[in-house]
Design a protein around this ligand. Structure first.
Ligand code: DC
Length: 227
């Protein structure tokens, strides 16, 4: 299907593995620029969670594609500025963040028909005055004509530690070792799948955020967009 989105609207694509800081950085940059924000991972997570609610088999591509088309996914900014995700009208924000939802998302994201089903939904976020798009294939597949492309990385150990702190703050009990193993397994799956594998676009600026404070990464990305 042709891309009917408005190509005159500027896009900043921010890709990278989980835990690279993409989400936090993309949201801050979008809010600074006053642009729209697309959390594409949340769409894959949403389909994973909706599939779980409907008791679908994660190998049943046909059922998952129907689920990707039929599930109503809405993003709403709460009074505290937090982005809430509504699935068929139900607030599923907390469920979307679980490791189970992440693993389901990673599995269904390897199915080409599911990716195709979510393509237009993602492109529909390209609205004036601009879009910050966060994901794995924003710069390579969804918005290949993005004006700026950033690929964020961080060592697996640091990403596991960031996730560990986040979950501990939420009172979830996990081990650092277990998280590191999960992160490495997810990286391998996301990078080795035949469709839209995780890789930087050729024209992406790579930023290694290991040991870098968030503010410094945000400043670096904003500096790029001012060029
Ligand atoms: O960024 P995240 O952890 O919320 O993403 C969840 C999963 O979805 C991740 O394992 C890979 C997949 N994903 C993808 O394949 N393409 C995207 N643009 C975003 C996420």
């Amino acid at each position: 299907m042709p891309d009917t989105s408005d190509h005159t609207v500027p896009v900043l694509a921010i890709d990278g593995p989980s835990g690279s800081g993409k989400g936090t950085i993309s949201r801050r940059v979008a809010s600074h620029l006053g642009w729209h924000y697309l959390d594409s991972g949340a769409l894959y997570r949403a389909v994973g969670v909706a599939a779980g609610w409907a008791d679908l088999d994660l190998d049943d591509a046909g059922a998952l594609v129907r689920c990707a088309f039929d599930t109503e996914i809405r993003f709403r900014e709460a009074a505290d500025g937090e982005l809430r995700v509504l699935l068929n009208g139900h607030d599923a924000t907390d469920e979307l963040r679980t490791e189970t939802a992440g693993a389901a998302a990673s599995a269904i994201a390897a199915i080409p028909e599911v990716r195709a089903a979510l393509r237009d939904r993602q492109r529909a976020f390209r609205q004036p005055p601009g879009l910050v798009a966060d994901g794995r294939d924003m710069g390579t597949v969804i918005f290949p004509d993005a004006r700026w492309k950033v690929f964020l990385t961080a060592s697996a150990e640091e990403r596991a530690e960031r996730r560990y702190k986040q979950l501990k703050d939420k009172g979830v009990s996990v081990t650092l070792d277990g998280l590191l193993r999960e992160i490495l397994a997810r990286d391998a799956r996301d990078a080795s799948r035949p469709v839209a594998p995780l890789r930087p676009a050729e024209d992406a600026v790579r930023i290694d955020t290991t040991g870098m404070p968030i503010d410094a990464v945000v400043a670096r990305v904003l500096e790029l967009t001012s060029q």
